[in-house]
Each structure stands twice: as structure tokens, then as C-alpha cells.
Design a protein. Sequence first.
Length: 141
Amino acid sequence: MRTLGVDYGMKRVGLALSDSEGRLALPYRVIERTTREALFGALAEIVEKEGVEAVVVGLPLSLDGEETLSSRQCRNFAASLARRTGLPVSLMDERLTSAEAERSLMQAGCNSRKRRKSLDAHAAALILRTHLDHSAGEGAC
């Protein structure tokens, strides 16, 4: 099943896609936010073009696991995305994914400009990877 990973932010939205078997999570692209309609239009186009069957959205919690204003905004976004696409949308704890993505890009030798351009997509890939690993573990004996 092809799954879209989303790192939802107020300025940018990072996206990652799984392969059709749901084994790999690869950074896909970053959408610069303008309007809500433009964002949902771009996401609907990607869902259609890439054959996405499910979505996982990173849920930003505080370090102690508490809900924040960003968490509530993310939940609203996820509910709207589910309504607009008709796809199942899951939420996945995303604490520290951006920091982990940045550390990974630095270790790969990416300069700061390139890191800024792709950081959100790499964070989305980490969110998606966690979701895929968790989903695979549910079916294990």
C-alpha cells in the first residue's frame, strides 16, 4: 500500500512517499504554504498522481508528550485531509524528527542551504518510516 507521510507546518509541509509494498520511506518534496485551498489542492493532486492509499501525519507534541496549539492545528488539518481525500489518515508522534533529519543531512555533508530546502521532506520520511515499522510490527508473530 502506497502511503504519504506528512510533516505539517505553518510555513512548509514536508512530504514523503512509501514504495508500493510499504517497506521504504523516501523524501518526496516540500510544499511552501500559501493558502489552505492551494495546500489541499496540491495534496489531492499528489494523492491521485502517486496512487496514495493512506496518509500518516506527524503529530507535534511537547517533549513531555502534552498536546499544544500546534497539535490541535495538526489534528484539524488531518481531519480535513481525510474528509477531502476519503483516505485513512493516521497521526504519528513526531517529537524530535526535525532534529534527527537535520543531523542526518549534516552527516551526509549537505550544506545549510540544501538542508533548509529538504529538511521537512526528510522529517516526513522519518515520520513515515516510524509508521511503516510500527505497522509491520503489528502483523509480526
